[in-house]
Each structure stands twice: as C-alpha cells, then as structure tokens.
Design a protein around this ligand. Structure first.
Ligand code: CO
Length: 383
C-alpha cells in the first residue's frame, strides 16, 4: 500500500473509532470531571478541599474551616439571615487495615458498600509517597465449586493486590502504611449521550458543583440574606462535618444538596425509589435521617412550579444526609434536601444527567433569592 493510502486508511479507521462526545468538554464538564476523579474518602478530603478552596476563593467574602476540615464559604447579601447550603466532599472508600506478610492488603470499609461492588475493581491507595494502584482480586470460576458460585461475597474475604513481592516491598518500595486511605479509581466518561455522565463519587461531588455554580450567580447579584456554602467532611460515616460546620454557621435555614436515587433501571421498584434521570432535580419528603420542614418543602414545590422547573418527589426508607444536622443545629432550622438523581450510588460507575444538574442550580438559586428575612421568619414560625 502506498504511504499516502496507508495514512488515509489510518485516518478513516481512527475517525470511525473515535469517541467524539468525549473530545471537547465544556467548563462545567471539566469541573465535574476534576471533582469526580479527585480521591477523598471520609476523613481524607484534602484533594477535594483544594479544588473547593480554589473555586470558592474568588466568590466568597470569607472562607474558614471547622475542626473536621469542612470548608465554609460566606457570601454577604443584603441581610444577616443565615442561609446554609451543604454538600459533602467525602466519598465511600476504605483504609488499609493490615499489610499481610505476602504483600496483599486487607482493609476496613469507610461508608456503605455492598460486598460485591468492591470486587475486581481498581483503587488508589493514598500513601505518603503519592498514589499507588491496587485491584481487588477475585478467585477464578475455574477453581470455584458450583455450590459457592451463586453466593454473595463476604467483604471480610476481599483483599487488595498492589503487585508487591511481600510485606517489606509494599512498605518500603510502595510506601504503604496501615491506615492509608483507599479510593475507587474510575475515570469520568459519557455514556453514548452528550448529557449522560459516568463517574465515581457523584455522591456528593455533584452537590459541590451545584454550590459552586449557585455561588457564581449570587456573586453577580447578591441575595437578600447571607449565604454559607459549606463543603462538609465525613458525611458518609454519619454526617459528622455537617454537625461541626452547622455549629459554626448557626443557620436560620438549611439546604442540603445531594445525589438522588434514580430508579429508572431494571429490577428496582417505584416503592424503593422514585426519581429518574432527565426528570429534573428531586426533593426528599422522607429519609431515615430527616423529615423536612413542611412549610419549606411546600415553598420549594410552589417556587419550582412558578419558575417552570421540573421537580421530582422522593420518599426513601433508608439514606442519610447533611440536612439532618442543619435541622438540629442552634435550636433547630427548617431544612430540606435537594437532589440530582443518580443511578448506581456507592459504586465505581454512577450515572447522572446534565439537565438535572442545570435545573438543580436554577432551583437552588431561586430558593436562595426568595429567602428574605420576612420569608425565613415565616418559615421558622410555628405560631
Ligand atoms: Co451523599
């Protein structure tokens, strides 16, 4: 084949197999990719906090941290009514329990995992020498007896392979120590649709992105209140950073921003969860941590209606979110949980829809712009 022909056929082949939807990312997509790919299991949120500090700094009048590492950005508006937004930086992960003599690692899970979601996946161990790759090994079917095959995996029998020759190699060459955090490793991608985003840790990096975009808009035209945009630490292990940051902010009213539970895939029922991708942001009516303030809930539903923002209702039996801590802080504050519906939470590959993110930003912005002192007093009143 002539060289030019060879070049041409190479070009045609490349074009046919390229992934055009991944080639160019807009500025929001670049932020989402950076946020979702950052590693930050509960208690080790540094990489995420660095991104949030960089994004909040040009937008806020003041930035501080609480004693657990939650980042609190204040934006001054035209009154001292304190509106707190909260989204959490941490993701579910693990930490190294023990380096075995043979060089394999055992681990403690941090946050809620299904055992089978942990298996045969890629991870990053965050060592003092930097990131180290690891994979969770799974015995081949060739040696698995028929009777064992249908069984779910016991997470206590899952281990991480870091390619070490032995314990000393893992410690000295790779720098691994007991207690090192472990995060899922899963690059951002689009799911054959320019608006369907796949990644780990949408819970709750998408909430952080909502906070950033809302703060950008409020910076241009200040709200009738003082806004505290909080990136909380350690949500996945019991809303710990929301508790400590709420003690500092002392909110009059609280807006938690979270991932919703999409139920638009096979073998999940509408009585387990009700949201679907592309149907707009959600508002929780119940979860196991919080019953939202009824007046505030109706205020948001009416506002979404009048602003033509689609809104999905969600009633979950389980789940916990930062609103529960804002609700109980400083004598109590009306609180709600607004969500971006997401499939397959607490896994390496979650999926969400760009339109739901954009509408969630619209909704939260409108809510905050309508929270003037008189409205907040009315929402807080039980008389
Ligand atoms: Co969450």
């Amino acid at each position: 084949m002539h060289n030019a022909c060879r070049l041409l056929s190479l070009f045609v082949l490349t074009a046919a197999f390229a992934w055009p939807q991944n080639d160019t990312l807009d500025s929001v997509e670049r932020l989402l990719k950076e946020l979702t790919e950052a590693h930050g299991p509960s208690g080790y949120e540094d990489p995420v906090r660095r991104i949030m500090r960089r994004e909040f700094t040009p937008l806020a009048d003041d930035i501080q941290t609480d004693g657990l590492g939650s980042l609190i950005a204040r934006l001054d508006g035209s009154s001292e009514t304190r509106v707190m937004m909260a989204a959490h930086m941490d993701e579910v992960g693990m930490l190294v329990r023990r380096i075995r003599p043979d060089g394999y690692l055992t681990f403690q899970t941090v946050g809620g995992w299904l055992g089978q979601a942990l298996i045969n996946q890629r991870y990053i161990i965050m060592t003092r020498n930097g990131p180290v790759r690891g994979i969770t090994g799974l015995k081949t079917p060739h040696v698995t007896p028929q009777s064992e095959r249908p069984h779910l995996h016991d997470r206590d029998r899952i281990f991480i392979d870091v390619g070490a020759r032995d314990q000393r190699d893992a410690e000295e060459r790779l720098g691994i120590r007991p207690g090192d955090p472990i995060a899922p490793d899963s690059p951002f991608m689009k799911l054959n649709d320019p608006k369907l985003y796949v990644g780990k840790a949408w819970d709750d990096r998408i909430g952080l992105a909502v906070e950033i975009e809302v703060l950008k808009r409020l910076r241009r035209l200040p709200p009738p209140n003082t806004v505290f945009a909080v990136a909380t630490a350690q949500e996945e292990v019991g809303l710990r950073g929301a508790q400590t940051s709420s003690n500092i902010v002392k909110p009059d009213i609280g807006i938690s921003i979270e991932v919703g539970v999409a139920a638009d895939y096979p073998f999940i029922t509408q009585d387990q969860a009700q949201e679907r991708l592309g149907g707009g942001p959600g508002i929780f009516l119940h979860d196991s941590s919080m019953i939202p303030n009824v007046k505030f809930r109706d205020f948001v539903a009416d506002l979404a209606d009048s602003e033509d923002i689609p809104l999905q209702f969600e009633v979950l039996s389980g789940y916990g979110e930062d609103g529960a801590m804002m609700q109980r802080a400083h004598g109590g504050a009306p609180s709600i949980n607004i969500t971006v519906p997401t499939r397959y939470l607490h896994n390496h590959n979650g999926v969400l829809h760009r339109d739901d993110f954009d509408r969630a930003v619209d909704l939260v912005e409108h809510i905050i712009r309508h929270l003037d002192p008189a409205t907040v007093e009315q929402l807080k009143s039980f008389d």
